[in-house]
Design a protein around this ligand. Structure first.
Ligand code: C2E
Ligand code: MG
Ligand code: MG
Length: 713
């Protein structure tokens, strides 16, 4: 048989020799007489014997140690009987051949594997055999290392598996078609199945369809882009965070998909709680100012897109402070809760009721109907919130004032709408409370002016811009001064001297009057004390007291404290209170006035005739003086009808043992008419205009006051 070769027989012989020399095993060929024919390099190095030394030398001569050994038998069997043989190192106690390792190491080669193959020569007499010697030391070490590595890997895998199972999150390994390749116990429990039944099945089949859709979307996004996915999903109470990431194969392509679902139910609940706390009012549980702001902005966006209307109601309870002051804060809190509940049940679920703080609430109607619908609802709320609070005997009537602003008519953003509703509420308050107003453009200017004035009044106290003017009262009988009324003036930085008619009502409304009134009372007592110190006999000074101040709760205590601190006789102090103030709350007025009179203080009803009260009713109150309002006195000589009223007032007052003072006397004719009508005292520009203390003292000195005047006793 000719072997087709692409090289010459010489080249082939060279290749074969080189190949044999470069082999990593010992390579020996011996003839039937055991003489060495081939001895490769490996053998040269392992035995230390050169090829030239051993060629044609009998094998047993080279390795005398093999005599009568299994190796000799094996070689004989191969050469003579054509039998192959293998001698594993393990079968030998002692090394079959004296060789050493050839990897630079000189240690004896203890356990070579010797493979013996018979070689058929061209004729039977030429039989020989091939002896291959393999050093297994290296492979044994390699095997040991591999085994150790395998063990370590198994341990590591064991640890990972324990971790995989112990982890409280669901972990799944999915195939690219979404079928489950592996999953931990948590995943089994969570997605409801037996592990074996779940393995190999598509994960999405274990989810309700809305959840499955979300998962599917992310799964596909990952599969196509290779980008990890992260999303939140929930199943009933259970909220979880899903992380999907690709598991690449050795070449970087997505091989499988790992999915981790972490339970974030508690964290979400906690977040919801924190959100609730941050966005709701602790007392009523209603949305707070910040939350309303959010809702309103959102509602405006939506309304813009849908072309809808919104209405914003700004509510402020009337007389809430009285509840807090007289019944305590717990009662006030209970009232606020009641109001919150009533408001919520007055509107639809789509509307928002929020508490802005204090006694202020806001209702956002979303969407809102026409103005008439809004007005109807507002009226309904006003009547729902018209309450009597407290026990029957001392109940306080609580009502509500509401300002309404409409989107888009009154503002295009949340800030403007809120401001508009607030302004309208202000106007509703000023309009007598227990009512509502829709915002209108004119409101702003007026309101701004009021707001500025309010701010200026506050500053006026600290800047000491208030001054006192005094206007004398004259006795008709003696024609001499017998007392003065103190009148407040405000020396405003820009406006000059401002009349009380301009700022008292606002100071009253804002409550600032209480502080101002205290200042007046203090200054008056100081003045009386100064007169006494200077040896000048004082004339009684009448102080105007506003209803807010009178009903502030500690007015009597304040008066007592002033009188005591300046050590002044109380007869020099008089109090003027308007008829309408008394009529606002006659029962409370009666108590307070009685306490003042007890102190020896003279009490006058101011502006009498303007408040629709009857004198006989007033007779039941502890009142000493009636001051007939200027409107009845002005031009008295020419207006007969007023004279009749004045005559009636004077005769009744006299019968009730009250002293009558006529205000606003400007002409001698008035004096004549009033004298004829037996009026006791008069006050007006005819006698003197209100003046500063220095002028008053000179004016009094020139006229010698009538300290014995019956009207002043
Ligand atoms: P009132 O207590 O009735 O005071 C009388 C008002 O009539 C004063 O106005 C006085 O200047 C004015 N007047 C006196 N005689 C005449 C006259 O012949 N003709 C005219 N046309 N007017 C006359 P004023 O000072 O502007 O005070 C207005 C109101 O402001 C007072 O009315 C009083 O209710 C209130 N007021 C003044 N000072 C105080 C105060 O210290 N505290 C409180 N709460 N109210 C005050
Ligand atoms: Mg007065
Ligand atoms: Mg008056």
């Amino acid at each position: 048989m000719t072997i087709p070769t692409i090289c010459s027989p010489d080249e082939l012989a060279t290749f074969l020799r080189e190949g044999v020399d470069k082999a990593d095993i010992g390579y020996i060929v011996i003839d039937r007489n055991f003489r060495v024919l081939v001895w490769n390099r490996w053998m040269e190095r392992a035995s230390g014997k050169e090829r030239a030394e051993v060629l044609n030398t009998p094998f047993v001569t080279i390795f005398p140690e093999i005599k009568e050994s299994r190796l000799e038998d094996a070689i004989s069997n191969a050469v003579q009987r054509g039998m192959a043989g293998i001698l594993s190192a393990k079968l030998h106690r002692t090394p079959p051949l004296r060789l050493h390792r050839i990897d630079g190491d000189t240690t004896p080669l203890t356990n070579p594997v010797i493979i013996i193959r018979p070689l058929e020569g061209s004729v039977p007499e030429r039989n020989g055999c091939l002896i291959q010697i393999i050093d297994e030391t290296n492979s044994a070490i390699r095997e040991k290392t591999l085994r150790a590595q395998a063990l370590a890997l198994r341990a590591q895998e064991e640890q990972l598996r324990t971790l995989f199972e112990a982890i409280n999150d669901s972990v799944l390994l999915l195939d690219k078609d979404g079928s489950i390749v592996a999953l931990n116990d948590t995943a089994c429990r969570r997605w409801g199945g037996e592990k074996d039944a779940m393995l190999g099945r598509k994960f999405l089949t274990f989810l309700p369809s809305p959840n499955a859709n979300i998962h599917k979307r992310h799964f596909e996004a990952l599969a196509s882009s290779g980008m990890p996915q992260r999303f939140e999903d929930s199943l009933g109470e259970y909220t979880y965070l899903v992380s999907m990431f690709p598991v690449p194969n050795g070449h970087g392509a997505v091989h499988r998909i790992a999915m981790l679902a972490s339970d974030i139910t508690e964290r979400k609940a906690f977040e919801r709680r924190i959100f609730h706390l941050a966005h709701h009012d602790a007392l009523t549980g209603l949305p707070n100012r910040a939350y309303l702001q959010d809702r309103l902005e959102h509602a405006i966006d939506l309304a813009k897109r849908m072309g809808r209307r919104l209405a914003l109601m700004f509510l402020d309870l009337d007389h809430f402070k009285a509840v807090n002051d007289t019944m305590g804060h717990d009662s006030g809190d209970a009232l606020l809760n009641l109001v919150a509940g009533k408001l919520q049940s007055s509107v639809r679920v789509t509307d928002t009721v929020a508490r802005m703080g204090g006694d202020e609430f806001v209702v956002l109607l979303e969407p809102a109907g026409q103005d008439e619908d809004i007005a109807r609802l507002t009226e309904k709320i006003i009547s729902t919130l018209d309450l009597r609070w407290g026990s029957e005997s001392d109940a306080i009537r609580v009502t509500t004032s509401i300002g309404v602003a409409v989107f888009p008519d009154n503002g295009h953003d949340a800030r403007l709408l809120m401001k508009a509703a607030d302004t309208a509420m202000y106007v509703a308050k000023a309009g007598g409370r227990n009512t509502f107003r829709f915002f209108s453009a004119e409101m702003t200017e007026r309101t701004m002016e009021r707001l500025h004035l309010e701010r200026d009044i506050r500053d006026a106290i600290s800047r000491e811009e208030f001054e006192l003017y005094y206007q004398p009262k004259v006795c008709f009988r003696s024609r001499k001064p017998c007392g003065v009324e103190v009148l407040l003036r405000w020396r405003h930085g820009e406006r000059g001297l401002v009349s009380p008619a301009e700022f008292i009502p606002l100071a009253e409304e804002t409550g600032l009057i209480v502080e101002i009134g205290e200042w007046v009372l203090e200054a008056v007592c100081q003045q009386i004390a100064k007169w006494i110190r200077e040896g000048r006999q004082p004339v009684p000074i009448a102080v105007n007291v506003s209803p807010k101040q009178l009903f502030s709760g500690d007015f009597v205590a304040l008066v007592i404290s002033c009188i005591e601190r300046y050590s002044i006789p109380s007869r020099y102090l008089q109090i003027e209170i308007t008829e309408s103030a008394v009529m606002a709350d006659p029962i409370r007025a009666a108590t307070t006035l009685a306490q003042l009179r007890e102190l020896g203080i003279n009490i006058a009803i101011d502006d009498f005739g303007t408040g629709y009260s009857s004198l006989s009713y007033l007779s039941r109150l502890p009142i000493d003086v009636i001051k007939i309002d200027r409107s009845f006195v002005a031009g008295l000589a020419d207006r007969r009808e007023n004279l009749e009223i004045i005559n009636a007032i004077i005769s009744l007052a006299r019968a009730l043992k009250m002293i009558v003072v006529a205000e606003g006397i400007e002409t001698k004719g008035d004096v004549e008419v009033l004298t004829n009508a037996s009026c006791h005292l008069g006050q007006g520009y005819l006698f003197a205009r209100p003046m500063q203390i220095g002028d008053l003292e000179r004016w009094l000195d020139a006229r010698q006051p009538d300290h014995e005047c019956w009207g002043c006793k």
